[in-house]
Ligand binder design. Structure first.
Ligand SMILES: Cc1cc2nc3c(=O)[nH]c(=O)nc-3n(C[C@H](O)[C@H](O)[C@H](O)COP(=O)(O)OP(=O)(O)OC[C@H]3O[C@@H](n4cnc5c(N)ncnc54)[C@H](O)[C@@H]3O)c2cc1C
Length: 492
């Protein structure tokens, strides 16, 4: 999926794990599709490419939890070294903060749809500040989207780091392989077993680094006997290390998609061949337009003046789409078939926590994902306040003049109770699963601040599972930073 636009037309489900969660009692017993990339580059090879670092305060919070080495002063230089801001930013980036020579190109949206510019103006009319770089000095506010793309084409971590390194003689990439478990001898990890074309193999290593993501990394640890001792024994797995923190603390940004129908054309699917040809030409000539992305602007908003930091994050999507539980195939998303936009909204610092458990000792079986996505009522309250804020934005010119009607939640959903019910009925995933092998300094932390698995020799983790709590915004950039940080640490 190099150009994002292809995902409208082609079925990429074979590059995915196809996980569905357990019914969620916090959301009317709904179940949802936990999309995860099953491809070189992982979920970063199938994601939306929105590039967000998170705030300085996010990492200072991680450090304040005892995670030495993770403060903003420690990690922001890593982000800068990773990035190469492409030409064409509306305001020149501040290169004391942003990078200009790293392996990962980051471009800003240009030549937007009129709805995007109308949204930015309306948000400011509603009292929301304009930020010229939410990855720079000020995250708060609304601004144009940034993407890890070159001329509109995806540049994933595999493109930026792995592919150039493949020429090295000491690197071998084995694809189409499923790791079954860790090899552990007397508390020391010596390698992994994996299956390829129905044949089992062993890979031995001086140092083993797990990066299977927030669902598969804890699954692999549990299959290897590392997890809650009682639960492992109940499944007949020999306990290598009793570590009840494995698979706990599952974090996800709960997400809703308030949507509006508009009078003029948006990027919604169209049968007008002339318009489609125009989109194709724009992409080929400039790398911009809906084939590169449909989320042209972003916002980090405070739902009330009492909030000290933005508590919700939103993407302005110039094609309306709503969550759809009826769709049991690979997206659980219904694109609205008429001109429309969505304000894709997620709660930045969710308090609810879910769990990953083993469903079976078969490495090919999906683990049990128990989301508990809205287990803490404060997450619901924030999303309800955020809907009111979005409605205020839409009521402002020039956006209001372009809108025909509110599609979701709908004009009649106005009371507190009705909005709470809407959130419970419709909230889904931002695909930011994280935290299931939490970094920390306490007994239930799975890794130490240097990402070493506590209680085992020779094993580190570098993926979203180590995050101690969630950052504000999308998390792929933070995952890349985590990998970069561990790489430097082990090299030294
Ligand atoms: C649909 C979607 C849209 C998203 N949009 C954005 C966005 O716009 N911006 C953003 O910043 N973030 C986005 N994200 C989130 C972001 O991409 C992920 O959070 C991030 O890629 C997670 O990185 P990770 O290294 O933790 O895991 P992953 O990227 O999931 O990598 C795990 C890798 O391990 C492999 N693996 C797992 N188990 C095994 C095994 N047993 N044997 C062999 N291999 C195994 C997987 O196949 C995969 O390649 C999105 C995610 C999704 C799914």
């Amino acid at each position: 999926m190099k150009p994002f636009g292809l995902s409208y037309y082609l079925d990429f489900s074979r590059f995915e794990w196809g996980y569905w969660s357990q019914s969620d009692s916090t959301r009317n017993m709904r179940t949802d599709h936990w999309r995860r990339g099953r491809v070189v580059g992982g979920s970063g090879s199938i994601n939306g490419m929105n590039y967000v670092r998170g705030t300085r305060a996010d990492y200072d919070r991680w450090a304040a939890m005892g995670n030495v080495g993770w403060s903003a002063d420690d990690v922001m230089p890593l982000f800068r070294d990773m990035e190469r801001c492409e030409p064409g930013y509306h305001s020149p980036p501040d290169y004391s903060i942003r990078g200009d020579s790293g392996p990962l190109p980051i471009r800003e949206v240009r030549h937007c749809h009129p709805l995007t510019n109308a949204f930015l103006e309306a948000a400011q009319a509603a009292g929301i500040p304009r930020t010229h770089d939410f990855n720079g000095a000020q995250q708060e506010g609304v601004g144009y989207g940034q993407f890890n793309q070159r001329r509109g084409m995806r540049v994933s971590s595999a493109d930026a780091w792995l592919k150039p390194a493949l020429q090295r003689k000491n690197l071998k990439l084995v694809t189409d392989a499923l790791v079954h478990k860790l090899l552990v001898k007397e508390g020391k990890v010596t390698g992994v077993t994996y299956e390829r074309d129905g044949v089992m193999h062993e890979a031995r290593a001086g140092r083993v680094i797990l990066c299977g993501g927030a669902i598969n990394t804890p699954q692999l640890l549990m299959l290897s006997g590392v997890g809650d001792g009682e639960e492992l024994q109940a499944r007949g797995i020999d306990v290598v290390l009793h570590q009840p923190g494995v698979g706990r603390n599952l974090m996800e940004h709960p997400l809703i998609r308030p949507s509006w129908r508009v009078k003029g054309p948006s990027y919604s699917p169209t049968s007008n061949w002339l318009r489609m040809a125009g989109f194709g030409a724009k992409f080929l000539l400039t790398g911009q337009g809906p084939l590169a992305t449909i989320t042209e602007a972003m916002g980090f908003l405070r739902t009330s003046p009492a909030e000290t930091v933005p508590d919700v994050h939103m993407l302005f999507s110039v094609a309306g789409a709503v969550n759809d539980d009826e769709l049991k195939f690979y997206k659980s998303l219904k694109v609205l078939p008429y001109p429309s936009f969505s304000m894709v909204l997620d709660k930045s610092y969710p308090l609810s926590r879910g769990t990953i458990r083993l469903a079976s000792t078969d490495p090919k079986a999906a683990p049990l994902i128990e989301p508990n996505l809205l287990g803490d009522s404060r997450d619901v309250e924030t999303l309800v306040k955020a809907i009111r804020l979005l409605r205020r934005i839409v009521s402002k010119s020039p956006l209001t003049d372009m809108v025909m009607e509110e599609v979701e939640p709908g004009p009649h959903v106005t009371s507190e109770a009705a909005l709470v019910e809407y959130v419970k009925a419709r909230a889904g995933l931002a695909y930011h699963a994280s935290g299931t092998c939490r970094m920390g300094v306490d007994e239930t932390a799975v890794v130490t601040p240097d990402l070493k698995v506590r209680g085992l020799e020779n094993l580190w983790i570098a993926d979203a599972s180590v995050m101690p709590d969630l950052i504000s915004g999308n998390i792929n950039a933070a995952c890349m930073m985590i990998g970069e940080k561990l790489g430097r640490q082990l090299r030294n």
